[in-house]
Write a protein that binds this ligand. Sequence first.
Ligand code: PLP
Length: 338
Amino acid sequence: MIGALPEEIVFTSGGTEADNFALEGIAYAHEATGNEIITSAIEHPAVLACCDFLATRGFKITHLPVDQFGVVSSESVAQAITPKTILVSIMHANNEIGTIEPIREISEVIKGARGQGPGARKIYFHTDAVQTAGHIPVNVNELGVDLLAVSAHKLYGPKGVGLLYVRQGTKLTSLIHGGGQERNRRASTENVAGIVGFGAAAEIAVREMADENKKLVKLRDDFIKKVLTGISDSHLNGDPVRRLPNNVSFSLNYIEGEAMLINLDFEGIAASTGSACSSGSLEPSHVLKAIGLSYELSHGSLRFSLGKETTEEEVERAVEVLDKVVKKLRAMSPLGKK
Ligand code: PLP
């Protein structure tokens, strides 16, 4: 699924552990050569919280900003690299707004900064591919990464299993110490049932990817077009073109996202405000903040995820219901426009 050799795979308990292993594993194995890590402002908490932890252990973290579409520019990576940089971690696609990052371009910049020959430095490149593996083509060599995280449940596999791709020759400090499993990289008896389920899900994902993508991109673009043309003061979050086939994220003026969610739920439509990990908190999502949305607008944001079983009729109904709910809430909104 990702173009790796079998020995380059370490199975983990999920995407979070894979991200933590990449970051902490590189940080501790290479701290003698440098203590600086570059990441973006819009990473999943599996990366951001781990970076916060590493900051308490003496590592310096640079959080790169993104543009209005959520894109990390390769120029910003080039500018942030210093002689002390040991790791760059930029996600392949964002889980809230669906933007796909220019990973290949960023890897070229890192390759340039490393240099060649005896003076070559090691700057490792990790990408969190939890949102992309099994959904769009992911190839570790084409992307030019040293480390890559995947989670099974995001591609219809079982929960509680994931993997970290580790390019041959990459030295990592283990997080879990004990027996010699996973080539001495992760101790503990393997989750065989989970791993086999992950393998089966990956096989199906690869087989169905092209057809699935075609279907989802059409549904996604219909959904976006209908909302942007049919509902006033609605905006698309994320990149209009370079985005995940299954992600639709809007922000709507003069509306409170939680009220929208409850009303949609009454009609049997599941959506999310911000990210699932931040819902339940009143803080606007860090991703929506990073793309420059105001406090009010980020509270009026809504994300829909499309999947294998989503139909055209469901998309049509979701738009109809959303239109009705938005009108109702705006009519009673203290936030402004009626
Ligand atoms: N990274 C991204 C981009 C995700 O979307 C998620 C899950 O939502 C994770 C990491 C964490 O994966 P897991 O739940 O398997 O630990």
